[in-house]
Design a protein around this ligand. Structure first.
Ligand code: ATP
Ligand code: MG
Length: 385
């Protein structure tokens, strides 16, 4: 009896036309995340089978791969009644349960016993060997038996994180700050299959190296979700100082964010979308009128995955995906320094244009030309925290 991991694609199988594309992307992502493991991967149209000598560790890594809807630790035996019976007894031997049911799926119709009848065969066997009862509605254990060319027996199915394989949707650029919201927004974009890079506006010495390291760490945490993330660090100091020199304080943040969007849009045509962590009404720059004035500098689609979530809902996700503890570390962000006392909540476009009379194009170019690219999120950076 061989122990292995069986993966269910779920949502993917409904997209018939793109199925192969999906499956291949998923298997590439799985290979990448398991690159340090010894594994043998086989795939067909409905399942993937992963053989490895460390099933537990490998399946815990798989829990971070998008496009994966069910993960099962299964036992593979030859398709014949005696072998299956023996395997069921072995699998249940150390389990604590009072009630159970058997669910047989017979994909191989050459197998002579019908599913319902086979449920009875195995059910009687279990009743004879253990002090337990059948409960078809709410059993402690479900014994799944999938009869194919080989037979797979498993008990519990662990839910995968769902979504689509990262990369299936092309490239997006995530504006990643050290806050709580933008890592969650990035996670949600990855979940829909967008291959994200991250963009961080760095304003030393007004922002510290710790603030930057925090963003590097957050990018690294996101990258574990089968990403191919590169973090682009924009040297933003000069442009930001010019904004504060030239723009009345109540419009500082509005203009600052317009500059951020301009930079994000001029980095690379391969990015089809910009993603950020704005949430309607959270701060002055995220009222609907602020968002529309800020948005008007670009014709890129801007996706705001957390726009309609409450802060507490965003925090729940941040905790679940492992970014929260890092996000709440107390380092300042470029938006939190020089924050005006009374930021405008209803900014006017003509005023923005009037305030943008200073030479910002060359500064934007300088920002873009001097981007630092980080694609190694190893512990060296994290230890600096
Ligand atoms: P929180 O409210 O948890 O601090 P936040 O950082 O997301 O989250 P804001 O500072 O209002 O909140 O910024 C809104 C969005 O703008 C962020 O979610 C992020 O996408 C983007 N952003 C803000 N500052 C930066 C930065 N320094 N670099 C890159 N993107 C940024
Ligand atoms: Mg913030």
């Amino acid at each position: 009896m061989q122990k292995l991991i069986l993966i269910k694609y779920g949502e993917l199988t409904t997209k018939k036309a793109n199925r192969n594309l999906f499956i291949n992307k998923l298997s590439d992502n799985i290979k990448k995340i398991l690159k340090d493991e010894t594994v043998k991967i086989k795939k067909d149209r409905v399942r993937m089978y992963i053989e490895t000598d460390n099933v537990e560790r490998v399946s815990s890594k798989l829990l971070k791969v998008f496009g994966l809807h069910g993960i099962v630790i299964a036992y593979k035996v030859n398709t014949n009644t005696d072998d299956i019976k023996q395997a069921v007894l072995d699998v249940l031997k150390d389990k604590k349960f009072k009630t159970f049911k058997v669910e047989t799926k017979r994909a191989d119709k050459n197998f002579e016993i019908k599913s319902m009848d086979f449920n009875n065969v195995i059910g009687s066997l279990v009743l004879k060997n253990f002090d337990v009862k059948v409960d078809v509605h709410n059993p402690d254990i479900v014994v799944h038996i999938e009869i194919r060319e080989n037979t797979y027996i498993y008990l519990n199915e662990e839910k995968g994180i769902g979504g689509y394989p990262v990369g299936i949707q092309g490239n997006g650029l995530l504006m990643l700050s050290g806050g709580i919201d933008s890592p969650v927004a990035g996670y949600m974009a990855l979940k829909r299959g967008v291959n994200i890079d991250c963009l961080y506006f760095d304003s030393p010495p007004h922002t510290s190296i710790e603030a930057k390291n925090k963003v590097i760490k957050l990018a690294g945490i996101l990258n574990e979700y089968s990403g191919n993330i590169r973090l682009l660090v924009v040297p933003f100091t000069k442009l930001q100082e010019e904004i504060y020199r030239n723009v009345p304080s109540d419009y500082n943040i509005t203009i600052l964010r317009r500059m951020m969007y301009r930079i994000a849009t001029s980095i690379d045509k391969k990015y089809k979308v910009i993603i950020n962590g704005e949430s309607i009404g959270q701060v002055a720059s995220q009222t609907l009128s602020s968002m529309s004035v800020i948005n008007s500098v670009t014709n890129y689609p801007i996706i705001r995955p957390v726009a309609c979530l409450d802060k507490l809902e965003i925090i729940d996700i941040a905790k679940k995906i492992g970014t929260y503890e890092t996000s709440i570390l107390p380092y300042e962000d470029c938006c939190t320094i020089f924050v005006p006392k009374h930021p405008v909540i209803n900014p006017q476009l003509d005023k923005c244009i009037a305030y943008e009379k200073f030479e910002y194009e060359s500064l934007i170019k300088e920002c873009v030309d001097n981007i630092q690219v980080i694609d190694n999120f190893n512990t060296d950076y994290q230890d600096l925290l």
